[in-house]
Write a protein that binds this ligand. Structure first.
Ligand code: TYM
Length: 336
């Protein structure tokens, strides 16, 4: 079976972008593929964080994944820190990765600028720079065929493909060069308050992000206060590029399965308020069963730990095979 691997940061707060751009797509791969879904707690420490919150949110994140439809009987759900090999492989790959390439990554530039602005006394950990190498290791450790991600991960995935090729050329063919799999819709959900920037949990304006666990009333309020435009032409059209309308249309299209053109027709003549109400209703309906399932499973810590153990065991088996090959090719003496 072809192998699917993808990961997300351990956050207790998955948002609509994570769901439409990533998790929903992961769920669809569970039949017919061997799936590995990781929560990257080691990536989470590349920026200032709180250890006890991290521990809590990693478990909570697993509960949200299961609630979204990831079935531990059909895929491996694991924590990155539970599998030996991610950082070991990252070291070997890092030695093949040009420094300049890492310095030019847009996410590094954004995050390091942000940390400087927030006054972390000029301290930017080198982990933030080498973050994409660890990400390449996450993928190549499982020799994944495809990696389903949202649009914002494209640059990281291109680097992963180049690192895989470089390893294969330097030593001998070892890694598959993984395919980047970005969904047609929902790959870049934007903030409801600032449609020029992507929906994100670190956005200082939290009214712009819809969370999986937001109460229906909160979801409705956030959509009602979503920015649109002050154009006297009140058409609901995807052409209004500088407004919030295309993002709202895209969200409704991704949730309802209706095309953008069909929605433009359906809402021609509707008020902005009615249109926003319809988008809110669709998202509330989408999240309702997920929230109910989350309530049922999130309290059962021993079940969540059992899922993580099973996930780590199967991930470790595959990781071990890759690592012994990589160490042998790199010229390390076999440990007997
Ligand atoms: P993370 O945790 O930021 O996001 C998890 C997934 O959600 C997608 N996503 C979005 N999609 C659409 N619209 C948005 N506004 C939006 N925000 C996030 C992301 O593209 C991603 O698919 N570096 C990765 C984690 C990672 C990884 C990996 C991913 C580490 N190792 C190996 C794939 C393979 C990240 O921070 O994702």
């Amino acid at each position: 079976k072809p192998v699917i691997l993808t990961c997300a940061q351990s956050t207790g707060k998955l948002h609509l972008g994570n769901y439409l751009g990533a998790i929903r797509n992961w769920v669809s791969y569970q039949e017919g593929y061997e799936c590995f879904f990781g929560i990257v707690d080691m990536h989470a420490i590349t920026v200032p964080y709180n250890p006890s919150e991290l521990r809590k949110s990693s478990l909570d994140c697993i509960a949200q994944y299961i609630a979204c439809g990831l079935d531990p009987a059909k895929c491996s759900l694991f924590l990155q820190s539970h599998v030996i090999g991610h950082t070991e492989l990252a070291w070997v790959l890092g030695c093949l990765t040009p420094l300049g390439r890492l310095e030019r990554m847009t996410q590094f530039k954004d995050k390091s600028r942000k940390q400087q602005d927030e006054g972390s006394a000029g301290f930017i950990g080198s982990g933030l720079l080498t973050y994409p190498v660890l990400m390449a290791a996450d993928i190549l450790l499982y020799n994944a065929d495809r990696v389903p991600v949202g649009e914002d991960q494209k640059q990281h995935l291109e680097l992963t493909r180049d690192i895989a090729t470089k390893f294969n050329e330097t030593y001998s063919p070892t890694f598959k060069v993984p395919e980047i799999d970005i969904p047609k819709q929902g790959a870049r959900v934007m903030s409801l308050q600032n449609p020029q920037s992507k929906m994100s949990k670190s956005d200082p304006n939290q009214a712009g992000s819809i969370y999986l666990l937001d109460e229906p009333a909160v979801i409705r309020k956030k959509f009602q206060s979503a920015v649109t435009d002050s154009d006297p032409d009140r058409r609901i059209s995807a052409d209004k590029q500088d407004s919030g309308i295309p993002n709202l249309l895209e969200i409704l299209s991704a949730v309802s399965g209706k095309s953008i053109e069909a929605l433009e027709g359906e809402f021609s003549g509707a008020s902005y308020a009615d249109f926003k109400g319809a988008v809110a209703d669709a998202v509330v309906d989408l999240f309702e069963p997920i929230q109910a399932k989350y309530k049922a499973i999130s309290q059962d810590k021993s079940e969540l730990n059992r899922v993580l153990k099973a996930g780590a065991d199967s991930a470790q088996k595959r990781a071990y095979k890759t690592m012994s090959k990589v160490y042998r090719k790199a010229g390390f003496v076999e440990r007997i």
